[in-house]
Design a protein around this ligand. Sequence first.
Ligand code: LLP
Length: 428
Amino acid sequence: MTLARDPSGTLCLGGVRLEALASEAGTPVYAYDLDAMAAEARALREAFDGAPHLVAYALKANTAGGVVRALAGEGCGADVVSGAELLVALACGIAPERIVYSGVAKTERELDRAIACGASGIGAVQLESVEEIARVEARARAAGRDVRVSVRINPSIELEGATHAHIATGHDRAKFGVPRPDVAHAVRLVEASSRLELVGMAMHVGSQFTDTAPYVQAVRVLFGLVRSLREAGHGRALAFVDTGGGFGVDYTGAAVPIARPADFVRAARAEQSRHGLDDLALYVEPGRSMVAAHGVLVARVIQAKVAATARWLMIDAGMNDLVRPALYQARHRIVPVEHELVAAHAIRWRVVGPVCESSDDFGEHSLPREPPRAVAILDAGAYGYTMASQYNGRQLPVEAFLRGGQIVGRTERTTVEQWAAARARAGA
Ligand code: LLP
């Protein structure tokens, strides 16, 4: 973590004073430490010990060009889930063959884009259902091109309590992936096609794993399947196995360490060898673990409200800027920006945003009795801006990109006048 306080007590991210940033960029503002994100990518890549691999960064966590370029600069590829994300990855200089495309319902237009780019299309279109196979094949024929595909399996396992129900994707009722009983059929269909080339077998079972054990349990299902397919003479063109993302981050700041992304990779590699699959490259699709801890959301305190029943601290960031607490009951630490919290002056505040929803609530936090001018919501680099909305006529937050102790880029906020005029024009 590259958050630190300077001698005056002001919170800095990547060496940049967040109070100065808030004044310069306005709030709410997301700030990203690009050096720390790049270091995260390097640390993860080292865990492969030079074995063939691809860290396909899951753009859905943070699509900002500054972030994607920083990770691409460390040799990351991309996992995209829409034609739009594909365009961002390409525009940030990621080679088409280093991009995999997941998603349960890709449109024809999106498939065409994936098939058309570069000399031979993207690295792999990840097939998530038997039904999708004929659709991809039809687009391949229409384009007159061969298409590399991978079958994303649904390992059909319940990883009880390992992750939040909304982000568990590897069980029987999830819409994701080819159900385990249908995998052999899917592989046969792909191999019967003259236009599709089966280059990978993939899975992604959920997000925010803090322990490698449930991940390994799922990895064994995938690798076991790949081994038996090969024993039955299938998968001759396989080039990779992809165990997905899901490496967790520590949102609590607790002293007890959680598994690091590199631990998941080492555990998966050990299973890969055990299953005799060392000839295949190992792909992973981490999103959150690359960026979450290296981004903060800085907000100004608008006012306090004190009643007999509660004390609220009302800030200018809401659930429209960071929806995770409202959507998943997620808890992000909140700290004062200008001065370190002094225990003797701390009280419990319920930190809330301005949005007209009871769920616009960031939880109870220890903060100074005298409301600070600004607060930082920590670990907001993943699934923050990408899930933001304009609900209640609130403008999207801006983003600032930090490198070498400097602000190296930032985005501009739309004005409320622009937004209001556009909404007023709708339907006119
Ligand atoms: N690959 C696939 C196919 C995915 O569906 C996902 C995430 C990832 C990779 C990256 O997973 P990660 O390494 O970030 O855990 N909005 C939620 C998380 C949703 C994750 C959806 N899929 C949150 O804020 O917690």
